[in-house]
Design a protein around this ligand. Structure first.
Ligand SMILES: [Zn+2]
Length: 221
């Protein structure tokens, strides 16, 4: 289990827990003042995710998918049905989204249709709560996004950056050079103290990855 729960500055609630068939890290980031929250990577267990937001007394203002791999999106439709919150995705991952059935078959996962995204996220877009900013970080997929929360000094990296590693680039639309550029130019330039919520497995920090990442060292070899 990689569960992580934290309240930062008495204002920002962070709840990370793994969901779905590949144990994707789903994250709730909430603003305890406005009582709104964002849900990132609803990869499964829609009712569990919904119940956690209720336990925290938060309403979901958006369902945000870092990218369109099945293990990050499978509960998006059910959560949209339950709450009415809109599903956010970068448009460059829409063809991947539409291939959900093929992805599920490829990984031998039961397929369940989901509605299309209702909002296209773009680079540097301000999110509807918690003062988050979207960063387009292509490479793992063409539309992979990361999300920077300056006030909480926290980054959601999806499958772009893992602890001491990076996301695979051998699947549909992956590009290793692009991934390395995204990490060096968009993520390693952030505050070194920032907590990084990865798409799977352990969390990390920017400084840890700049020193210890096996695939993308801070200074190119
Ligand atoms: Zn992925």
């Amino acid at each position: 289990m990689n569960d992580h729960y934290q309240v930062i500055d008495n204002r920002w609630l962070v709840d990370v827990f793994s969901v779905g068939p590949l144990q994707c890290n789903c994250t709730i980031i909430g603003d305890l003042t406005s009582k709104q929250c964002l849900v990132f990577d609803p990869g499964g267990q829609a009712v569990d995710i919904f119940n956690r937001t209720k336990k925290h007394h938060l309403d979901i203002s958006a369902l945000i998918c870092t990218h369109a791999h099945f293990d990050h999106i499978l509960a998006a439709g059910d959560l949209h049905q339950l709450t009415g919150a809109l599903i956010y995705l970068n448009r460059h991952d829409f063809s991947l989204w539409k291939s959900l059935e093929l992805q599920c078959n490829f990984f031998n996962i039961p397929y369940q249709p989901i509605p299309n995204p209702q909002h296209w996220i773009v680079d540097e877009q301000v999110l509807p709560c918690c003062s988050g900013i979207a960063l387009h970080t292509p490479g793992h997929t063409p539309g992979s996004m990361s999300f920077w929360f300056e006030s909480a000094c926290l980054l959601i990296a999806g499958d772009t950056l893992f602890r001491h590693s990076v996301g695979r680039t051998d699947l549909w639309g992956g590009n290793q050079e692009q991934l390395q550029r995204s990490i060096r130019e968009k993520l390693y330039t952030l505050d070194e103290k920032a907590l990084v919520i990865t798409g799977h497995g352990l969390l990390t920090t920017i400084s840890e990855e700049k020193r210890m990442n096996r695939i993308v060292p801070a200074i190119p070899c």
